[in-house]
Write a protein that binds this ligand. Structure first.
Ligand code: GCU
Length: 686
């Protein structure tokens, strides 16, 4: 446990005796009404949590006994399954809870009711209740009613069957090894438990880049194993999806085409889908990366993405499946000399003309920004652009461009900005949270997906503090209204216990870390100043003369990309007013995105009052200093955090501090040499 394997579900014993007494009064016995797999999962978890935190095994009481009026019982079950739960109908509307909502209710006679309209809701109620105990909340007069804000709350794994993980920074796959499933699936079960505790309800287990071996996951060769994994997830209320190869008909089907309008192709996919559902009746569906970074797709046959997605959607529709189609489509063979083509425009240009043409069981998965998970990007204008298409927001938990889990970078503040961004698609308060959920445009389905940051490292995420990103993502998927402060506190208490000092220090570290990371890396929204391929560490021109559409255009006068309608690529025009005007205007464009939208001289004065060049120097000197302070802050907790986790984190923080100096010196030196403008404070630049 000390290593961090249980993450936020360690259920450490509650030291404070009066708190424990108080809890015990209401948790003396347990009644689980019903025996479905989900309820069994819920019951086991609750019994384990209570005995481990309160040090006493609650007796598994028979329902009749409680009926006779036992005090201090936790009563767990779906509404309608027992007379015991009937009084709750006076207080709550069970018909409004849907498939996943739940209630938590404390009665006058010290009973606690964990109930819902469905088994899954009950499971979520149980985990929520456990969280209340873990975070030291009062359970005396609970009146909680929760309904998720997003229907689909998904994790995407970029795992390959050879065991490697694309953009994985915490070891190898927990699913695959040497081209097959790992026979011992117990770690998948432990993983499913962690996911269910934060109400994740969907998962893809293989990389969106579906290579040769992975293409065969949908065949009889591997479906028995996929079905085993799906059964484990099912016990935790999670549906399994697979990433599929759009050219499967060629790769594994023996056809010579993948043309989505070819009857043989259509028939092949219908049979493939039927076969999958014979193994996995509740299979979620397909995730597809097509016509993107050398993956096959409908373009080869002169078809569009609606043709491609709809063909697959029709194959899974009879079984209740969905197709999640990614919008990460752009020209990755661009000529850097060509300043007209703008990668940022690509997703919108490709998909806007298709709005309204997708089947109801298709969702378009859209990355939060128009480029690719940079530290700072504006929000994709497809959100708010598309009005007649189901959408799924895609975030990246794995820290590809944000320090690869060697740097501390708590991403919840970044994600909050995304959720809160106002698209003005239907006037004010047309936020991304409202769009992605489907609410703004009255769509049936919607939600949020994110690329996982876990691997087979003992602590799952490499950096122990990166567990907070995983937790925070899932909690925001349930309710984007939760604040970064709340989520950080919650995670710290669940992970490190209720002591005040660790909470204060770790919270400060987490909440400042995104800001710090941004300060010592690429400035003012420009992005991409990283080493090619692995994307770790500074390299200002790493992507400058490349084919990937990723440029900063720095010369001796200035830098940045002109994406205005007036004089640039026109990307800014993809937003609704007044967002267009804000980004279009040099005066109104927020500092942190200035170089994303404008090419300016180094002497251009920011809203902050500093010139661009001085901002670069100050941010990088300041950022590196603050990275060093993180080590000192963590060191102050040496005696309060177990040695194993303390050491794991410390080692990474020390590396981060050194690496931040590398970033600082390279970026500062580069721009000093380009601009010839000295630092006002005369600090060391090489
Ligand atoms: C990024 C990442 C790739 C990934 C791609 C995607 O470009 O570097 O590894 O395949 O995103 O999201 O499809």
């Amino acid at each position: 446990a000390e290593s961090g394997y249980d993450c936020w579900l360690e259920y450490r014993h509650i030291e404070n005796a009066s708190l424990r007494e108080n809890y015990l009064k209401r948790c003396a016995s347990l009644a689980i009404i019903g025996g479905s797999p989900l309820l069994r999962t819920a019951g086991r978890e609750l019994a384990h949590a209570i005995s481990s935190m309160l040090g006493e095994n609650p007796k598994d009481e028979a329902v009749t006994l409680i009926d006779a009026g036992a005090k201090g019982t936790i009563i767990v079950g779906t509404y309608g399954s027992s007379r015991l739960l009937e009084p709750l109908a006076d207080v709550y509307r069970f018909d409004e809870l849907g498939e996943e909502g739940y209630i938590i209710h404390a009665s006058e006679d010290d009973c606690i009711y964990l109930s819902a309209a469905s088994d899954k809701g009950v499971l979520y109620a149980v985990f929520h209740f456990i969280r209340l105990l873990q975070t030291g909340q009062s359970i005396e007069s609970l009146r909680i009613c929760e309904v998720p804000r997003n229907g689909l709350r998904m994790i995407n794994h970029w795992d390959n069957m050879d065991g490697s993980i694309e953009r994985g920074y915490a070891g190898k796959s927990i699913f695959f090894k040497d081209g097959r499933f790992i026979p011992d699936m117990s770690r998948i079960r432990d993983y499913a438990r962690l996911l269910a505790s934060v109400a994740i309800n969907a998962v893809t287990i293989n990389n969106v880049n579906v290579h040769r071996q992975e293409s065969r996951l949908i065949t009889d060769e591997f479906l028995p194993d996929v079905a085993k994994a799906a059964a484990i997830f099912r016990d935790y209320g999670i549906r399994l999806y697979l990433s599929v190869n759009f050219a499967s008909t060629i790769e594994i089907g023996g056809l010579n085409t993948a043309d989505p309008l070819d009857p043989d192709v259509t028939a092949w996919w219908k049979e493939a889908a039927a076969n999958i559902y014979r193994y996995i009746p509740d299979f979620g569906g397909f995730l597809v990366k097509a016509d993107s970074e050398f993956r096959p797709g409908p373009f080869t046959y002169g078809r569009n993405h609606a043709d491609g997605a709809n063909m697959l959607a029709d194959a899974v529709a009879p079984f209740g499946g969905a197709v999640i189609w990614r919008c990460f489509v752009y020209n990755c063979l661009q000529d850097w000399r060509d300043r007209k083509t703008d990668r940022a425009r690509a997703a919108y240009d490709h998909f806007m003309p298709l709005d309204g043409l997708f089947r109801d069981n298709v969702m378009l998965q859209i990355k939060n920004g128009p480029m690719d998970f940079q530290v700072r990007e504006p929000v994709s204008p497809l959100f708010g652009g598309l009005t007649q298409t189901n959408q799924l927001l895609e975030l990246q938990i794995t820290q590809e461009y944000t320090g690869q889990q060697r740097h501390l970078c708590y991403l919840v503040p970044q994600w909050k900005e995304v959720f809160d961004f106002d698209t003005y698609a239907r006037g004010e308060r047309s936020t991304i949270a409202e769009v992605a959920s489907g609410r703004l445009f009255g769509r049936e389905s919607g939600g949020i997906a994110a690329v996982s940051n876990i691997g087979d490292d003992r602590n799952w995420t490499g950096h122990v503090l990166a567990q907070a990103n995983w937790h925070g993502y899932a909690r925001l998927a349930w309710d984007p209204g939760l604040s970064a402060e709340q989520l950080a506190s919650e995670w710290i208490r669940m992970t490190f216990g209720l002591a005040a000092e660790p909470e204060r220090v770790v919270k400060d570290m987490l909440l400042s870390s995104y800001d710090i990371y941004e300060a010592y890396t690429a400035p003012l929204g420009v992005g991409w100043m990283v080493n090619p391929n692995h994307h770790y560490g500074p390299n200002v021109d790493g992507y400058e003369y490349s084919k990937w559409g990723t440029y900063h255009y720095a010369d001796c006068h200035g830098m940045g990309v002109d994406r205005t309608v007036r004089s640039g690529t026109g990307y800014a025009g993809q937003y609704h007013g007044p967002v267009v005007e804000r980004y279009e205007s040099l005066a109104d464009c927020p500092d942190e995105l200035l170089l994303f939208f404008h090419h300016v001289p180094y002497a251009h004065v920011l809203k902050s009052g500093k010139t661009v060049i001085q901002h670069i120097y100050d941010a990088h000197f300041g950022g590196a200093d603050r990275a060093a302070e993180l080590v000192a802050k963590w060191d102050s907790l040496a005696s309060r955090i177990d040695a194993d986790r303390f050491g794991q984190v410390r080692e990474r923080l020390v590396h981060q501090a050194e690496h931040a100096c590398e970033w600082r010196d390279m970026i500062n030196t580069y721009f000093y040499r380009k601009s010839g403008i000295a630092d006002e404070q005369g600090r060391v630049i090489y």
